[in-house]
Design a protein around this ligand. Structure first.
Ligand code: GTP
Ligand code: MG
Length: 180
């Protein structure tokens, strides 16, 4: 079955977004304390595809050793999971491009692994400020990349982006099934 992973810095809102997309509040454990998700959690949807909640990267308060173990685990998962159709890289809409996000996305490009970007917590900015922030981020990364991956803007508070993300997943599911 096709699966979709959600990754990004600790506290960016991965687990909250999974709950928003599935409309099931307590499904993925969320927390105001970064580092909540520490294992790879699979959630089966409608008996025919999976959402995958990954631990956040760049969380300083877990030990160095544990951090290294997480990233080895995540790297292996991303490289070896044959049914992983797309990884969604989550970015807090309020933040400037950060080194660890860029490192991660550049690594995905090198590995030729498909990903899309989701700007999270859009409710924390006005519509204008949100659009400005996405435009700025795009301008910065296009200094390094030749094209943008698919980009979504979301809020787990308001449900913004839910339909767009689910319909993107749905279209990839159709393609996946056709190619089986
Ligand atoms: P780790 O599992 O620790 O890596 O974190 P995570 O990326 O899964 O983040 P999580 O979903 O646990 O959310 C972290 C905090 O941000 C929680 O306090 C959430 O309530 C808050 N949060 C997540 N998404 C949103 C959002 O869209 N809007 C607002 N205002 N807060 C959000
Ligand atoms: Mg989490």
């Amino acid at each position: 079955m096709p699966e979709y992973a959600f990754i990004g810095r600790s506290n960016v809102g991965k687990s909250s977004l999974i709950n928003m997309l599935t409309a099931r509040k307590g499904l993925a454990k969320t927390s105001a304390t970064p580092g909540k998700t520490q294992v790879i959690n699979h959630f089966i949807i409608n008996d025919n595809w999976y959402l995958v909640d990954l631990p956040g990267y760049g969380y300083a308060k877990v030990s160095r050793e544990k951090r290294a173990r997480f990233s080895a685990m995540i790297e292996q998962y991303l490289q070896q999971r044959a049914n992983l159709v797309c990884t969604f890289v989550l970015i807090d809409i309020r933040h400037e491009p950060q080194t660890n996000d860029m490192d991660f996305m550049n690594w995905m490009i090198e590995q030729q692994l498909p990903f899309a970007m989701i700007f999270t917590k859009a409710d924390k900015l006005s519509k204008t400020a949100a659009a400005k922030s996405v435009a700025h981020y795009t301008e910065v990364v296009l200094q390094y990349w030749t094209e943008m991956p698919p980009v979504f803007v979301s809020s787990s508070e308001t449900g913004q982006g839910r339909e767009e993300i689910l319909s993107y997943i749905n279209s990839l599911n159709q393609l996946y099934k056709r190619n089986q």
